[in-house]
Design a protein around this ligand. Structure first.
Ligand code: ZN
Length: 406
């Protein structure tokens, strides 16, 4: 259980209502990050007295954001205390289109995937087709959703650049999407609020909430898949968004002068120079028959004595990735660099290569405190992060649930 600051962040919020909302948020944050906690522990961590904690918990129970169950068998000392867990019936839908599938998941407030539907496609879908697929799948779930759950909205993780505010997909080059209002279209089809961001933003949010980056305030996340490479930056605990939400787009940093043309219009971007398809080709597999999951790729690359040609491609990709990682270390001074998808697998084949490159080339002040890790394994990371796009504003201000309901 980490300690959270209860001090108001802005002077404008220095009133009783603001303090109350921040305390609700702090309690909900602790319940989510710990998974289960007693009132006594909440009082100890927040420094609030037990009657205040009782009132805050009761309000969160009423909002269905936490559940309060039986006595905790683990904590025998002192008075028995009820165990508080994240609201089991409060969920979000997560939508993640990719090259060969659309995945729709039902994710609980505790970050657990309750249900997952992977709709495999022949070829890459247009945005209209994605909306139709999601609408059909959600229609099939609607009875269960309405009777058993309280669904707070839809989180859309896009393999591309997404404008904050309206969720416009500015560019998802390998999907063939440019300036596509996918979030708006989904919202109209489903009649639910939709929050969209790139899959790298989703990955970063999942990692900092439940994964390898839990509790880490300064983190850089890079996601690599057949749809390209995208980045996200968490700085001092907040997502670095920039003017329109495009900040942190490390996939389009220059790694090779005069390099390959990139879909963004420039040349020599990481996204253009380091491609999963080159790796699959070097493995001698026909296009489209590559590994179906990152762990499968990891297994293939873990075998001792890789053919020289494949070793060369892996080394080359790691050296190009090192340029972006070095720049990220110098620019953002992160505690953690998290590599998702095939980038994490590349790193895992030879961790010292990237670490040595950063140790040699990044500025001393920043490089000394940074760690480079592969993202939390499991195919659900992006879904959990997409749901977190919906949950995050509510965890930040739980009273939004009441405002939305009434
Ligand atoms: Zn580019």
């Amino acid at each position: 259980v980490k300690t959270l600051s209860l001090v108001p962040q802005s002077s404008s919020g220095w009133n009783l209502d603001g303090v109350h909302r921040r305390n609700l948020s702090a309690v909900l944050n602790i319940v989510r990050s710990s998974g289960a906690v007693t009132r006594a522990e909440l009082a100890r961590v927040t420094g609030l007295n037990r009657s205040t904690i009782g009132a805050l918990v009761a309000e969160l129970v009423e909002l269905r954001l936490v559940d309060e169950g039986g006595t905790d068998a683990v904590h025998q000392i002192g008075r028995p205390s009820h165990v508080i867990t994240p609201g089991g019936r409060t969920v979000a839908l997560a939508v993640h289109p990719s090259l060969d599938a659309v995945t729709i998941s039902l994710v609980g407030l505790d970050g657990q995937v309750i249900k997952r539907v992977r709709y495999e496609t022949v070829g890459t879908l247009g945005v209209n087709e994605v909306v139709n697929v999601v609408a059909a799948v959600v229609a099939g779930m609607r009875d269960e959703l309405e009777s058993a759950y309280s669904c707070l909205g839809v989180g859309l993780a896009v393999p591309g650049l997404v404008r904050s505010g309206d969720g416009l997909v500015d560019l998802a080059s390998r999907m063939g999407w440019r300036r596509a209002p996918l979030a708006q279209m989904l919202g109209e089809a489903l009649r639910m609020p939709v929050v969209a961001a790139s899959d790298a933003v989703a990955g970063a949010m999942a990692e900092t909430t439940f994964g390898v980056g839990a509790g880490v305030g300064n983190l850089v996340y890079l996601e690599g898949s057949g749809t390209g490479i995208r980045g996200a930056v968490i700085s001092n605990g907040a997502l670095l968004a920039g003017e329109r939400g495009y900040a942190g787009e490390l996939g389009h940093t220059l790694v090779k002068t005069g390099g390959a043309p990139c879909a963004c219009g420039a040349e020599g971007c990481l996204d253009a120079e380091v491609q999963l398809s080159d790796l699959v080709e070097a493995m001698g597999l026909p296009a489209g028959s590559g590994p179906r999951a990152d762990d499968e790729l990891a297994e293939m690359l873990a075998s001792p004595g890789l053919p020289a040609g494949l070793r060369h491609v892996v080394d080359d990709q790691l050296d190009l990735l090192a340029v972006t990682v070095r720049n990220a270390v110098n620019l953002f001074n992160p505690q953690l660099i998290v590599l998702g998808g095939f980038l994490g697998v590349l790193h895992q084949t030879d961790p010292s290569r990237l670490e040595n490159a950063v140790a040699w080339s990044a500025m001393r002040g920043s490089r000394d405190s940074v760690r480079i890790v592969r993202s939390s394994s499991g195919g659900d990371l992006v879904a959990v992060g997409a749901a977190q796009l919906v949950f995050a504003p509510i965890v930040n201000d739980p009273s939004l649930v009441r405002a939305a309901a009434g």
